[in-house]
Every structure is written in C-alpha cells, then in structure tokens.
Design a protein around this ligand. Structure first.
Ligand SMILES: [Mn+2]
Length: 316
C-alpha cells in the first residue's frame, strides 16, 4: 500500500463522520471517485457515516450511481475528502467542506493553484482521479473490494479517458481497467456503456442544433459555440448540459481547439476548452481557469472575456 494512502486510511479510521465532496458540474470521474470511496469505506470500516455531497447529475445519479446524500448531522467532528478537485471554490459543497476538522484532497488536475489540505495527493499525470483511487485500493491487499467499487472506478476512468482513448491514457490505465473488470466481474458494455454511455435521441438532436451554431476559424483550427441563457432555453439544456456536448465535437479532425461557452448566471459565462495537441492550460489560467493540458475550463467570464480568450487561443 502506498505511503500516502496509509496516512489517508489512518484518518478515515479516526473519524466517525466522513463527507466526500467533488467538483461542481459533476462528471463520471467525479461521481465514480465519490461513490467508489464511500462504498469502499463502508465495506472496510465499521460504524462510519459517510456522505457523498453535491447536486445530483441529471442522468448519472438516476441510472448508474445512487443519489447524492443530504447531510443530517450538526455539531459533529468530521473528516472531509475532496476528489477530482483541488480548489475550494470549485467544490460542490464548499461551505460545508471548509467546516471540516480535517481535510484530504485526492486529485489529478493541475496543482499550481491548489489550496492547502491536511493531506494532499495530486498527480496530474493520471488520466482520472478514479485511476489514482484504483491504484490505491487495488494495492490494499488486506482490504475488501466489491462489484460496485470496481464498476464505479471503471466508469470514472472510462469517462475521463474518452473510453480509454486520449493521449494521457497509458499501459497502467489499461492494466487498472482490466483488474477492475476482473475483480468486479461485470461487463463494460452491458453494465456500463449501455446504461449511461449511449446518446438519447433528444440529446443527439441538441448536439445537431449546437453543431449548426459552431463558428470555425479555418486558419487557426479554433472552433467555438456560445449560448446565452435564452439560447440555452431554446435548446432545452442547462449551461452544464451544453458545455458537456463538447466531447462530441472534439472528435472532429479539423477542430484543433474547441471552446464551449454558456451563460450560467446573468452576464456570466462558463467555458470548456478541448485541444488535440496544443497546450491550452496556460492561456486558460490567465482567465482564472484550471484543469489539464488538453482539457480545461474557466467560469465567471463576461462575454468580452470569452471573446478575448477565444482570440488568444487562435494565436497559439
Ligand atoms: Mn477527473
């Protein structure tokens, strides 16, 4: 077992109340990390009260993961663990998180703007937070593991790696994936992709409508789509829902960089950025964003800032 993980386990043992948080606008990696860790703690430690906090994801918490938990305790000492995020202001449940008696962070995002935690394990070389957790959990020979832990971790790795496809996916990602399939005794298509990985007809229609709105600058290879709140309403999606579709367009060869921008609060836009090879994180960081070299995001931008971000990306 890794040294860092041994320290984390010591803290888990110490506290009865444990809150597990992750980033806002959850995805499979964030939720997979949360629910796998909760399941694993309940499986291996007696008498723990573990809460996975945050808003439910429209689809994933309905079809694949349990519902997120409401915290029903007050005036109790508790441990808070954040997964797939390393900045307080990006945590879904920031206020509660900050009240914890001890904090732990396990993440794979760029660590340069990370806040400080009691224990921090950030490895930005890993494709998913679930890969880090899986490395930890699979190395704990004396601990139990079950079908759900494996399935949730696999889903997270699959989600962030574009189904074992992106550049940061390596031999270890496949090894871990194979071990999870073996130990969890599930089928990746029947028990995962077929449940949450397929596109509904409605979603596909939205994707097509968004596609028609994409502006593509041939010279730089930058493509983008911007939706204000009334356009989002017309499309029938939330800001998060529209930005999430970026993955579909990231497969288009000509789009070297793609930007999705959606108005989530009056006058404020949230952007997602995907790149095929150019490092975009340094540019995005200038606007207060974060993430990974080829996949990152930024929020609280005015429309002028969105436009200036796009023109900076064109210069790369
Ligand atoms: Mn992630």
């Amino acid at each position: 077992m890794k040294k860092e993980f041994r320290l984390i386990c010591k803290k888990i043992k110490e506290f009865e109340y444990i809150v597990i948080a992750r980033h806002q606008n959850s995805d499979l990696d964030a939720l997979g990390s949360q629910f796998a860790l909760k399941e694993w703690i309940n499986l291996n430690y007696k008498g723990k009260k573990v809460y996975c906090i945050g808003e439910n994801h429209q689809k994933y918490n309905k079809l694949f993961f349990p519902k997120c938990d409401l915290v029903d305790f007050e005036n109790q000492k508790f441990l808070a663990i954040c997964l797939d995020v390393n900045q307080f202001n990006r945590i879904d449940g920031e206020d509660l998180f900050k009240k914890a008696n001890y904090t732990i962070c396990i993440d794979h995002h760029d660590a340069s703007g990370a806040d400080s935690f009691g224990i921090s394990y950030i490895n930005s070389k890993k494709i998913a937070c679930c890969e880090i957790l899986a490395d930890f959990i699979l190395s704990a020979k004396l601990k139990k593991i079950n079908n759900n832990v494996c399935k949730y971790l696999f889903a997270g790795i699959s989600g962030d790696s574009g189904n074992f496809y992106f550049e940061a996916c390596n031999a270890n990602t496949f090894k871990v994936g194979a071990k999870l399939l073996e130990k969890g005794n599930f089928n990746q298509f029947k028990d995962f992709h077929a449940i949450v990985g397929l596109d509904s007809l409605e979603d596909t229609k939205v994707v097509h409508k968004i596609f028609d709105k994409i502006t593509y600058d041939q010279k730089s290879g930058v493509a983008y789509y911007i939706n204000n709140s009334s356009e989002l309403k017309e499309l029938g999606v939330t800001a998060h829902g529209a930005n999430e579709k970026i993955g579909k367009f990231n497969h288009i060869e000509e789009y070297k960089i793609i930007v999705a921008a959606s108005e989530y609060e009056e006058g404020l836009y949230r952007c997602s950025i995907r790149s095929k090879s150019k490092n975009v994180i340094e540019t995005v960081k200038k606007y207060g964003g974060g993430g990974h070299k080829l996949a990152c995001g930024v929020k609280e931008l005015k429309i002028e800032q969105v436009e200036s971000l796009i023109s900076e990306l064109k210069q790369l």
